[in-house]
Design a binder for this molecule. Sequence first.
Ligand code: GCW
Length: 851
Amino acid sequence: MLLSLLLLPLGLVAAETGIDAWLRYAPIPEAHKYAGQIPTQVVALNSSELSPVLTGAKELEQGISSIFGQSCKVNRWHGGRRGGAHRPASSIVIGTVAEYSSYAAKDSKKSIPKLVNDGFYLDTTGREVLILGSNERGALYGAFEYLSLLAQGNVTKIAYASNPEVPIRWINQWDNLRDGGTHGSVERGYGGKSLFFWNGEVRPDLTRAAQYARLLASIGINAVVVNNVNANETILNSTNLDGIARIADVFRPYGVQLGLSLYFASPKALGALTTFDPLDQSVIKWWTNITDEIYERVPDFAGYLVKANSEGQPGPLTYNRTLAQGANLFAKALQPHGGVCVFRAFVYDSTTINETVWTDDRANAAVDFFDGLDDQFMDNVVVQIKYGPIDFQVREPVSPLFSHLRQTATSVELQITPEYLGQNVHLVYLAPLWKEILDFDLRVDRAPSTVKSIVNGTRFNNPLGGFAGVAGAGNNQTWLGSHLAMSNLYAYGKLAWNADADSVEMLQAWTKLTFSHDQKVIDTITSMSMASWPAYEGFSGNLGIQTLTNILNGHYGPDPQSQENNPYGQWYRADATTIGMDRTVNNGTGNAGQYPPEVAAAYESVDTTPENLLLWFHHLPYTHVLKSGETIIQHFYNAHYNGSAVSNTFPSQWESLKPYIDTQRYEEQLFRLVYAAGHSLVWRDSINNYFFNVSSIADEQHRVLNHPYRIEAESMELEGYHPYLVHPFHAASGTYAIVTDTNTTQGTATALVPFPAGKYDVAVNYYDQVIGNATWELYLDDALVGEWKGDFEYSVGSARVFYIDGQSAIRKTFKGVDVKANATVKIVGRGDGMEPAPVDYISFLPQGVVD
Ligand code: GCW
């Protein structure tokens, strides 16, 4: 006992990599207090090696011994009824309800509430703890639930049944078979390489894939589609099908089924047919055969996910067949095996729309493409709909398609990997965003019709439906690239299990499990996380004009102009006096009319459109006055200042947790938060400069384009450096940066510091491109303040950026530097690779000033 008490504080500060996520089973504070309340053995009612029941039993053994330092051995039950009197006290019984029936004596058998598939019953009130699943997977879920309670120090007596919200609780991984290309190993993944594929094949070592399945099972995920929706036909070659079977084997003990994304033209590309027409007999036969082959190898195969006729992918429309005919091709092949065809609603044609045509609108695409097909999909088809009509933006209304498909099962596609929300370098806790979507009431037929009631099947009586979460997990130790981002994966699973789960409660349970029980840690992470989405929205795109990121490459840093004047249709139609998409029926694209009448009426009018979507639905003057009394343009300016100010509080909030968090995770997260705080200023200035330039309306508070603490690099005395006009212009303070004369030479920039002597935070804004490691040195009066390298690309997994722009812009801050009167500041930069050691400006910030 003494030993474990002594070890406890050490355990708390020992380095952790993050790989255990919320399944750390950390020793809980004062574990000895629980002695006597914790079972000492687990009775596994199913002892077959691959059974999720046995997995659950082993997890209980491992978890309890780690949390309480107490042994809790697994005993495998091999049949025969046990009488109540003979059962050892203090045990956990885990199995299916059916197994429990044969196990328990009649006189002591509990009556179990109704469970649906995958549901479980957890009862800690009796002499035995009962963990009973409607099926084996349910029993495993019950084990994880019980362990989660114990790990949070909760030993209250409870008895309840827990049933999932929806049958489809899937993860979509956009993993490519090969690394390289524009999207790397995991498309839009920021946590390393694919867990599943390498060099065109399934990885020989699937240890991490099994660990991923464990993590996902612990939050109720029941299937993973392992390859990118931009699929490659070679996933179906026989080597890869064998490999796929190996993945399914490591998933199975965790009750996680495997699914595959399909390339629609595979019969031609792989099967050497002359067509991939979904109505062609040879094509039908080809898919039937391949599906049968998959089921031979993977009898519990979950099904297919299909992206067709979207972003260059082939599909049924290629042959003038309907999307339903395309979906049914696969559904028919899967049906005899009980598989599901998930068909994505993300169908749009980026070649035919034109911003100068006032009525053109990508947001109309899904409904336009799917209307008229509702009664044509087979029963085992699920249409998977991105939450908004465009593409995972920082704010979108709910996709109107949810209200159009009444006879077809639907699932909502959420993006856990925050492609458009800071790519896990910025902190953005997504549960509040998802909940706004799930709780939104579409008022179909003027009756309550929340998105969650549609996807869970209650509204339109479709039993098959659910959730798809695009996760982007990779093989680095943090899974997603950032420790704090793991709350999103956790919350996704919890919401798919219970869409009414509360954002803060999920976050706090996750925090306790992941970091600490200390109230200070819980409160701080709650405050940061709950402020994070509003902050990100504040300094990116406001009032429903989308994220304003570079949509042509990266999807990461600020680049509003990239949304306009191209056929991708993420326009906001800004000119010198007005901004916003007119999506009204009366005068615009008609998109508001795709919603049921009550919602359509609300969106049709400026007065009744929620202001956070104002410019999604309306085209208005910058001078339009909001309910707050601010004009639209002033709201932009203020929101950008406020949002970035919040982001700039995150590093110090996190620093206050230093005593409570192990060094590795503390340092890794701090690095990201410090970077993100600096990058939020890049966002702020870039967007504000851009809209000032477009509108010519000044900031009432005189902040925009007025930075009294900056020395612009291009105004310094340059040797071996020269001014460089940055594109887009607003990605540089004063539109210019400096670059070394060649990519491999040294440059020096010198200036007199025009500020009084004192203590300053000295911030250097520079650019770090992906190829090359330029170096910079900062001197004050010839004394080195600090030096650093352009090696950011190795420490974060965000999009690879080749250009000097708002995506590569980055800030290095030296805190509390003593600056003498009339000091000279000097930057020495050495180019390397593609990096000509670019510098934008140097800020001398008096204590407490953020700029
Ligand atoms: O948002 C876009 C992404 C693509 C993705 C596509 C989709 C897999 O930028 O990377 O492709 O959506 O959802 O199909």
